[in-house]
Design a protein around this ligand. Structure first.
Ligand SMILES: Nc1ncnc2c1ncn2[C@@H]1O[C@H](COP(=O)(O)OP(=O)(O)OP(=O)(O)O)[C@@H](O)[C@H]1O
Length: 204
């Protein structure tokens, strides 16, 4: 499988955020997207995920067969918000996502155990700390296999131990043939990832 981004440009209403962005990632390859605040890293992740319509260019999946026909079908998107309902329990939130994505790979309890948060399963999501909330959102990536992970500041709010653990999850995903695109200010301790730097924040 390949994730191919070609000549991508996005305008969010106040002018072009970026243009001419392209990259190609094969099974087991990752890309770190770095750059200053406002440079367009989140915009790129959202555009690749299909959550923003590009003004030019495309993001597409090739050689993936019928199971993953589109980037959206092939991807997990982890945004800056954790996409959990505050009043529902941790387990209820993860059960919702598991059913939404279909074809579970891990049970809710297995995914929670992987991020060390089994003891929070019956707590309302709103009771969790910032870092714990992020770890539950990361557990969501493990519930259902999607070959492409599109991650926006995935380690935001994590302590050093959780950051290191998350790097291990990324390494495992790449070793299993997955593809990762991660926008981040903080380095992720994963060797061999490609880099794309948005060097200059454009004036609107
Ligand atoms: N919802 C929105 N509507 C209009 N413009 C937006 C919106 N969100 C972001 N922008 C603009 O798009 C540009 C890129 O923002 P983006 O969030 O992609 O940057 P970033 O590189 O992820 O920054 P940061 O490091 O602060 O997260 C900025 O000029 C920002 O003002």
């Amino acid at each position: 499988m390949r994730l191919i981004v070609t000549d991508l440009a996005v305008d969010r209403g106040a002018g072009i955020v970026f243009d001419g962005v392209g990259f190609s990632l094969a099974d087991g390859e990752g890309l770190l997207v770095t750059g200053p605040n406002g440079a367009g890293k989140s915009t790129l992740i959202r555009a690749v995920a299909g959550l923003l319509r590009p003004s030019a260019g495309s993001a597409r999946i090739e050689d993936a067969g019928a199971r993953w026909p589109t980037v959206a079908a092939a991807s997990h998107y982890l945004g800056p918000a954790n996409a959990m309902k505050p009043a529902l329990s941790v387990a209820e939130n993860l059960s919702f996502w598991q059913a939404f994505h279909g074809s579970p790979q891990l049970s809710v309890d297995e995914a929670l155990a992987t991020v060390g948060l089994g003891h929070t399963r019956d707590l309302p999501f709103s009771y969790l700390s910032t870092g714990q909330r992020r770890r539950v959102a990361i557990a969501r990536l493990l519930l259902n296999f999607r070959p492409v992970w599109l991650l926006d500041e995935p380690t935001s709010g994590l302590d050093a131990a959780s950051e290191a653990h998350f790097a291990g999850l990324v390494r495992d995903h790449l070793r299993a043939g997955g593809i990762v695109v991660a926008a981040t200010h903080l380095p992720i301790a994963v060797d061999g990832m490609k880099r794309l730097e948005f060097a200059v924040a454009r004036a609107a």
